[in-house]
Design a protein. Structure first.
Length: 199
């Protein structure tokens, strides 16, 4: 049981549900929000409201976007013959920060994880195959995470794509198995891209 006032306990409880935030941190954040100016605290609330209202998935690549097509898909300077397949929008962000890739992306919104009950149908694999079928892609770069599930997902997709005239490659294993793209630094990502191999 909490001994905070109702509204404060509610905030502590909400913050405590965020990933990586324990009870103590939730309390610290809540009291911080009570201490800062009203303008600053409500700025956070507005940012949350706005992100939920305005941000959706790009209709082509499933990256996060505030418009029908994301900024990458609508950029005429991106190489539209190469498509890099990632699990999550945050993986795409890591690759973008490395500035080593100029093609477009496809975000799967997860990976095949039979133990968690996640099958291919729950991902954006069908739209990916459709893009490859209709587009002028020469290369599909698999950049799923180097985990058992990421590798399995990548293999599953490369089998589906084997009937199309595209080369399927995979990021080089500069990134240690088990680590995730999200935590890799930009040099590691650039090396993994440069050293990518045919799958
Ligand atoms: Zn897009």
């Amino acid at each position: 049981m909490s001994n905070h006032a109702g509204a404060v306990s509610e905030l502590v409880e909400q913050l405590g549900r965020l990933p990586g935030i324990g009870r103590k941190s939730a309390e610290r954040l809540a009291f911080h929000l009570l201490r800062v100016s009203e303008h600053e605290a409500l700025g956070l609330a507005d940012a949350i409201r706005r992100v939920r209202k305005d941000v959706r998935y790009c209709s082509a690549c499933f990256n996060l976007s505030e418009t029908e097509l994301c900024s990458i898909c609508s950029d005429p300077n991106r190489d539209k013959t190469r498509i890099c397949v990632v699990e999550q929008p945050r993986d795409l962000m890591s690759l973008e920060q490395s500035s080593a890739y100029r093609g477009v992306y496809h975000v799967l919104l997860g990976r095949i994880a039979p133990l968690d009950g996640i099958g291919p149908d729950q991902l954006t694999i069908d739209p990916l195959v459709e893009r490859v079928r209709k587009g002028n892609f020469v290369e599909v770069i698999m950049a799923t995470n180097p985990t058992v599930e990421g590798d399995g997902t990548s293999l599953y997709i490369s089998n589906l794509l084997s009937e199309y005239p595209v080369v399927v490659t995979r990021l080089a294993r500069g990134i240690t198995a088990g680590s995730v793209l999200e935590y890799a630094n930009r040099e590691m990502i650039a090396d993994a891209l440069t050293g990518r191999q045919k799958l």
